[in-house]
Design a protein around this ligand. Sequence first.
Ligand code: SAH
Length: 237
Amino acid sequence: MIFHVLTIFPEFFAGPFAHGVVKRAQDAHLLDIRIHNLRDWAFDRHKTVDDRPFGGGEGMVLKPEPIFLAVESIWPQRTPARKVILLSAQGRLFTQAGANRLSQESELLLICGRYEGVDERVAEHLADEEISIGNYVLSGGELAAAVVIDATARLLPGVLGNETSAAFESFQETGHGRGLLDCPHWTRPAEFRGWKAPEVLLNGNHEEIRRFRRESAVEKTGRLRRDLVKPGPQGGE
Ligand code: SAH
């Protein structure tokens, strides 16, 4: 899968993709992350990408021209398998289901806003979707783009080994919690400062371990994330 990122801070991305699973997946050519500098499509002497907002008020707004030109030159042809995503606090909330959906695409182009945001014509006439990573305001779309790429990339076939398959994780319908949180995990030592790892995980009975994991996923979700617990047949929580 190919991810393009359009940003005024290309150097920002030296960090997030240089480690662990995502780095290994790039080295193995399972994914390709291409960072593009928005200023390469600003042609005045100062490579201006922003301007004052119409109607007055605080801050600056990213201009439409460089963004449209960038997308049109990265993709002279738009196909349905090529999706433009605008990172925006006003977008649809990004979830694990969203990551699963995006992982089916072959090529994504993520536009990172800055300042007060991006000229609305980008959302209206260029982006296929507007995505927010949470109900808070970041100073730029770069962190959000890194989050979307990371969460999507680890769902691609071969990116995680079988042992740590994404299928078993929090929010995945196929996980121990079936759409709830993942079960809690323990490792050696079996006793640490007097706190013991659950006995059942040490006894090698796979059926009991499976049941314990399912029950502890449900218990933890009920305790920390009641919002994820689906209403029962009586309409209760
Ligand atoms: N004035 C805007 C915030 C602009 S923040 C508002 O109040 O809605 C600057 C840029 O950061 C945005 O253009 C967007 O690209 C990015 N950004 C901020 N919060 C975000 C979020 N929750 N999810 C995704 N991107 C976000």
